[in-house]
Design a protein around this ligand. Sequence first.
Ligand code: BG6
Length: 500
Amino acid sequence: MSQKKVLFTIFGATGDLAKRKLYPSLFHLFQKGELHENFAVIGTARRPWSDDYYQEVVLDSIKDIDATIQEAKEFASHFYYQSHDVQDTQHYVNLKELGDKLQEKYQIKGNQVFYLAMAPQFFGMISKHLKSQGILTGQGFERVIIEKPFGTSFDTAAKLNDELQEVFPEQDIFRIDHYLGKEMIQNVSAIRFANQMFESLWNSNHIDNIQITFAESLGVEDRGGYYETSGALKDMVQNHILQVLSLLAMEPPTKFTEEDIRAEKIKALRAVRQYSLEEAKENFIRGQYTNGHLGNDTFVAYTDEPNIAPDSKVETFVAGKFFIDNFRWHGVPFYVRTGKRLTEKGTRINVVFKQTPYDMFGQGTSEKLQDNVLTIYIQPTEGFSLTLNGKEVGHNFAIEPLKLDYRHDAQFAGNSPEAYERLILDTLEGDATNFSHWKEVARSWELVDVIREAWDNDEQPVPKYEAGTMGPQEAFDLLEKSNRHWVWMPDRWYRERGLL
Ligand code: BG6
């Protein structure tokens, strides 16, 4: 490990993301020695904070991390604040002055990372000024990390991308999808490509369907303003879900390198069937939560949450079916679903294998045998399990399902700083494997835009589901139409006990 030399400039430094994710992640890197003496952070935002106040905020954001006071203070002393109006050229002049001073003071050798943690409409303007005001000097590496959403449609994303690429070449643009930093998402490739047993079965001859579930128990919280412009489709499907789908569907890369992995992911996304409006309507359903309860907890309806229009038609749930038109996957549905205020927080992938051609133990049908399912648990627990069929112990010959289970608790539940830590380190090392390439983003928008349009043209009311359930009836019908069902049904436990 070599100590990194870098000046970070964080746009949106007073925001929630910076406090909850970035500062703790940078501190972990500091504790591990990845960042040591030769780094500095400029935080910028509109608010008129002083360096001292900013350092207090940084200290507060890392207070739960095990460290000595001296260590924490030493870390925070590398943080500087510059009040900044992104639209005002003079502020970039000040930013440059401060940047030059810190480069000198910390012997950074010109390396810079710009972290854009603010609304995307400013990205173009910021990058233009970074160039025109000479903040980019070409002396060291100059990379930009961009938070989602990357555009709101194909067209807006393309415009944004053009603006960025006028300043930064593709290899210096790091588009964050924090799911790609998660341990078990990275493990998908290990499970597939380090086990001949799975990879040899990983195709339409042996797999019946794949289910990707991103369930959240939280509601929209205080993000109503953003969520009203996004909805679950753009918030989760366009980015996280399609990224995971591409990792599951891609061909084995020749080498496990950024270039080869990206090429395969792009190919997989290109092979996802482009629906017509009619097909999109048939294969994708949406839902919105009403009030509900789970045990003793009661929840308000989406339309009663803060900053939500009382007649909002925004979806808080999506379920759908993608097909991948290539040799490997022809005819295998990839079911996806995500939603807020579902029964439980749980991100998991279920790979459902085909049944035996004939059930010699049953009545000549294979209905009584359980499906073999490989489940990859992303969070809150991490691990995987495989359901098989075996003989029930006893004199009679009866078949019962068995489960091989390997699981451990994720180090952090949810949207963990750990993922950010890994992704920031990747950026410093110039490794964009776990970031979204423009071609992936562009293709994802093409796939999602048509679903959005189909729904926008639809006069029907948005289907509703009670908070605490696993989505509207339409989500279940989607699979039942082809005699399938969702493998993961956490609501069942509550229903059986009359708690739902
Ligand atoms: C974000 C979405 O990208 O991912 C949020 O904007 C969502 O709406 C979050 O809650 C989920 O991430 P995680 O890591 O908590 O599963």
